[in-house]
Design a binder for this molecule. Structure first.
Ligand code: GDP
Ligand code: MG
Length: 365
């Protein structure tokens, strides 16, 4: 399951620096994920301590994490929705993304000229979001015009579509993102080809300087407040520190992080936030050959989850044998004890997969 996050923001806010740090962290997945030939795409492992733990105890020859793709985009210029700067090309590349990572400049650096004379995160966020909203308005208006005749002639699906588009246009018209329009799933399903930019889950990144990693940083707080208004997650990190961290040998990273008061890389927080904003979850498989984390949408049932591993396993699904990672830990990481204590469960076709399930699928083809 390939899931893509597009990195957006104004020019010179640190997008490529964040991306390069992510690229460095992809080195370890390269071998089995195939990496990417596109220099603007990084295939990044989703950090998962449970997987490492399983891999160690099961003496797995291979450990395969879940991955997310990140795409580095050119900076957005004012007027992009009207074709300024890279304009439409830029907007088209975000359309293909599943989620948006919005990097906001909170670092001072006289050598790196900002697009505006001052640093004002709330204003910068508004500039970027306005372009996205305008692009979405154009998309919605175009489709409305196309469908309105049909709707007036009494065509039911067209009527529904026009009414959904009008709800969207009202919200966009106030400068608010499409995701805040409160449309039902069925309404979104009427326009699967429109790929509204502001309907995508968004994660804000406050890119602070080396001294901004403590809680008090006013610019970063401004980003956090903007994010909060939308109910979007916000990660504070210093792109340069993250890039340096990834360039160090693993053994030296803990010391480096503690020098900046970090308990984990900011990138990990970013990857985890993106994963969860996308409504994704993982289930685990463990064995001598391989331990692996598999990506599924929340709410996926057992046979479809099995299908992620192989279509044969979905087709011939008999049952799922499963225990929780936490129970395995509580049982001294011993599957025998997991069975003795009754935590080893057998589940059928209707079972909804849970975060942290360690799975063994039984199937017959
Ligand atoms: N001091 C400082 N400089 C940064 C930071 N992040 C990026 N920069 C610098 O800002 C410049 C523009 O960064 P870049 O990642 O290319 O921005 P982009 O245009 O958004 O891709 C580069 O010279 C970076 O070294 C940071 O966290 N702190
Ligand atoms: Mg760049």
């Amino acid at each position: 399951m390939s899931v893509t996050c597009g990195i957006v923001g104004l020019p010179r806010v640190g997008k490529t620096t964040v991306f390069n740090a992510l690229t460095a962290s992809q080195a370890q997945v390269h071998a089995f994920a195939g990496g990417s030939k596109d220099p603007n795409v990084a295939v990044v492992p989703v950090p998962d301590a449970r997987l490492d733990d399983l891999g160690q105890i099961f003496k797995s020859k291979k450990i395969t994490p879940a991955t997310l793709e990140f795409v580095d985009l050119a900076g957005l210029a004012k007027g992009a929705s009207k074709g300024e700067g890279l304009g439409n090309e830029f907007l088209a590349s975000i359309r293909e993304a599943d989620a948006v990572i919005h990097v906001v400049r909170c670092f001072e650096n006289e050598e790196v000229v900002h697009v505006e004379p001052t640093l004002d995160p709330a204003r910068d966020i508004e500039t970027v979001n306005l372009e996205l909203v305008l692009a979405d308005m154009a998309t919605a208006e175009k489709r409305r015009e196309k469908s309105i005749k049909l709707a007036r002639s009494g065509d039911e699906p067209a009527k529904k579509l026009v009414s959904a588009l009008e709800k969207l246009l009202a919200v966009l018209g106030e400068g608010k993102p499409a995701r805040s329009a409160g449309l039902q799933k069925e309404e979104w399903a009427l326009m699967p080809d429109l790929h509204f930019l502001t309907a995508k889950p968004t994660i804000y990144v406050a890119n602070v300087d080396e001294n901004g990693l403590d809680a008090g940083h006013a610019l970063a707080r401004a980003v956090e407040e903007e994010a909060k208004k939308e109910g979007a997650p916000c990660i504070r990190l210093c792109a340069q520190v993250e890039a340096e961290l990834q360039s160090l040998p693993v053994a030296e990273r803990a010391d480096f992080m503690s020098a900046y008061g970090l308990t984990e890389p900011g990138l990990h927080k970013l990857i985890t936030a993106a994963f969860s904003a996308l409504d994704l979850m993982t289930f685990l498989t463990a064995g001598e050959k391989e331990s692996r984390a598999w990506t599924i949408r929340k709410g996926t049932k057992a046979p479809q989850a099995a299908g992620k591993i192989h279509s044969d396993i979905e087709r011939g699904f008999i049952r799922l044998e499963v225990y929780k990672y936490d129970e395995w830990v509580a049982c001294g990481k011993d599957e025998k004890k997991v069975k003795e204590k009754g935590h080893w469960r057998s589940e059928g076709r209707e079972y909804v997969m849970q975060e942290g399930d360690v799975c063994l699928f039984r199937f017959n083809v």
